[in-house]
Design a protein around this ligand. Structure first.
Ligand SMILES: N[C@@H](CCC(=O)N[C@@H](CS)C(=O)NCC(=O)O)C(=O)O
Length: 271
């Protein structure tokens, strides 16, 4: 039976799941759900992912949303090779790193995408947000560097959960010119991680979709911006992202998005 991962190649959360499946040697298909970002979702995707988010995983009649829950399922369902380290303490350490990346770190890249790709904020507000993002990224990369210490991998002896949970976000920072400095331990780790075939495959899918790259991507982006202006495409300001926007000085971006009806929050789930 084919495993389906509802995907968007630029989603770091979806990348985590695709890297894990590739590391386990589990074949999967990765369709892009229709109407992602519209706030309305087609029914097969919606029943798998009531928050209207990628990734969602379908394994026969099992449907799971949330990348962390999906990773837990993958580890239980295909235990070999193990992606979590062996001891309770090491596993907790890796899970804490994943939690930080999925919440505090992701919010910074997401905020930068709001500015760069979705045209939010102007002048002073945009300058302030960009500067806060640069400072915060430096601080979190210092935190990560301390977690890595002299080890080759965040996971311990080999590449694993601790690494696949970090690499999509560090590559995201590089995409905004906030990546680790060459010559640093974090940069060397980034290069090692990007050399894994599982990571390279996810990167390739992201590159072929990258905004601002090809002419097609540029005109696709213009179409998305036009839909955003009309309130047909809504960006999800959930949890840590909303916190980031407000604490970093972008409350006017939120108010403007609410007035223009082109941001959304978590819907209540259907019964
Ligand atoms: N906590 C979720 C977060 C997933 C998430 O936020 N996905 C984003 C893409 S990076 C999404 O699908 N957003 C839909 C939208 O903005 O409408 C996870 O770990 O899977």
């Amino acid at each position: 039976m084919t495993i389906t991962v509802y995907d968007h190649p630029l989603s770091p959360y979806a990348q985590k799941v695709k890297i894990a499946l590739a590391e386990k040697g589990v074949p999967f298909e990765a369709p892009l759900p229709e109407a992602l970002g519209s706030g309305k979702v087609a029914s097969a995707f919606q029943s798998a992912s009531p928050r209207g988010e990628v990734p969602a995983l379908i394994d026969g009649d099992v449907a799971i949303f949330d990348s962390t829950v999906i990773l837990e399922y993958i580890e239980d369902r295909w235990p070999e090779p193990a992606l979590l380290p062996a001891t309770p303490a090491q596993r907790a350490r890796v899970r804490m790193i994943e939690d930080v990346m999925d919440t505090h770190y992701e919010a910074i890249n997401w905020g930068l995408a709001e500015l760069v790709h979705f045209g939010r904020g102007e002048g002073e507000v945009a300058d302030r947000l960009r500067q806060r993002a640069a400072e915060q990224t430096r601080q979190w990369q210092a935190w990560l560097t301390a977690r890595l210490g002299t080890a080759e991998w965040f996971n311990g002896d080999g590449f694993g959960w601790g690494d696949l949970a970090v690499i999509p976000y560090i590559n995201g920072s590089t995409g905004f010119d906030f990546g680790p400095e060459p010559g640093t331990a974090l940069h060397e780790w980034q290069q090692r991680a990007n050399a894994r075939p599982s990571v390279a495959a996810a990167n390739q899918a992201a590159a072929s979709m990258a905004m601002g790259g090809s002419e097609a991507a540029r005109s696709g982006m213009q179409a998305v911006r036009a839909m955003l202006e009309r309130g047909e495409f809504k960006r999800e300001y959930r949890d840590h992202r909303l916190e980031w926007m407000i604490k970093s000085g972008g409350i006017d971006v939120v108010l403007d998005g609410l007035a223009r009806n082109n941001i959304r929050f978590t819907p209540e789930f259907p019964a």
